[in-house]
Design a protein around this ligand. Sequence first.
Ligand SMILES: [Zn+2]
Length: 467
Amino acid sequence: MSDAEWDAKLRELQSLETEHPELLTPDSPTQRVGAPPSDGFAEVVHPSPMLSLGNVFDREELEAWHGRVSEYVELDRFDMNCELKIDGLAIAIHYENGVLVQAATRGDGIRGEDVTANIRTIKSIPLRLTGYDVPQALEVRGEVFFPISAFEQFNAERAEQGLQTYVNPRNSASGSLRQLDSAETAARPLEAFIYSISGPTGDMLRTQSGVLNALKQWGFKTNPWSRVATDLDRVAAAFNNATKARPGLDYGIDGVVIKVDDLALQARLGTVGRDPRWATAWKFPAEQVTTTLKEIAINVGRTGSLTPYAILDPVFVGGVTVSQATLHNADVVAEKDLRAGDLVIVQRAGDVIPQVVGLAPENKRGPDSKPFEMPDRCPACDSAVVPDEEDVVVRCVNGRCPAQTVRLLEHFASRGAMDIEGLGEKLVALLYQGDFVADVSDIFNLADRREDLVAIDRMGEISVDNL
Ligand SMILES: [Zn+2]
């Protein structure tokens, strides 16, 4: 069936359902399109808490975990199911008689948000289960993610529309799942891997690997990489395999989850605090890459402090393209002896901001290489800067410094302060350059200048109206 045919059939079904609401079922394809916008998410209390996971970072720590499990269940050997740890957003989905009835975010693990309408728009999540032995009531858990291949394109389109871009696929998945208008979620290419059943699994299922097979058989998308390891050497081999597979995957992973495979043993082990004793996550070390430090530039903060930052040859690390990194202060730059033109090592792990670790071992300097020095004039307004007595920073003390005003506007509009949607960094800079805002109160007079704003090249009418 072509897309056009599909759309036509879907519209036909929609009008039929509007005329005959009694025919509308929760698993109708029209439910994938999105429900009417809501003004907030209802709270959902998870029947059993959505647990977090303990971490290990090397073989030694893994052996310690294995030793604790061995001692607890008095067994030297037990099978372990290894699964990729997807860097997405955890969700819980409830089915009754095989039909999707509710979906919730993890939230704080005890209470999440009801995102049923949005989850229904994700095509790889079945609205009705298929196959054999579908339980009457079922809660499954998994991870929603934004494919890496779609992310760059998606961000580029947002930038074009003057909308705030997302930092990485994970933030984008989270933002997409928490749209109040589920039609907006439907327009985004979200996917999901389902990896567990919460609550009793019945006599048919005795292992985690068996659970994954059952989930697949019922129509869920499960991660194909999963494997059973009979000992720690095989777990280590699986971890090495995941490390090699990582760059080729279309989703972010941050390690391997190792679960005791036997569900009866899992039940005996139970949880300690919020972490199950029967599972742990073997995390990847922070990813490091080498790139060129093109320039050490100066940022003027909203309080006038001058901070050096690195302008880098753009490089993909830890799930995002990094082209800048903070250098904190002049002492840090001196300690690491960073200079423009150097080859440097950059690292980024999880949601942590990118860091310049230091010089790459293969770095070579030409005759023009000079140690970095802080400027004695503000790069934005050319006023002489003043050293701060208590701190290692220097400050621009010009009250009308344009850089400080822009930073202040950004801070004022940012989440946590006024939370003005659509007023991102780039837009603030644009408004300031265009003489639209000189101080904070001007933001609220923007409506009067709508025509002028639309005339600015990069701003569409939509982003103007958002303001
Ligand atoms: Zn200044």
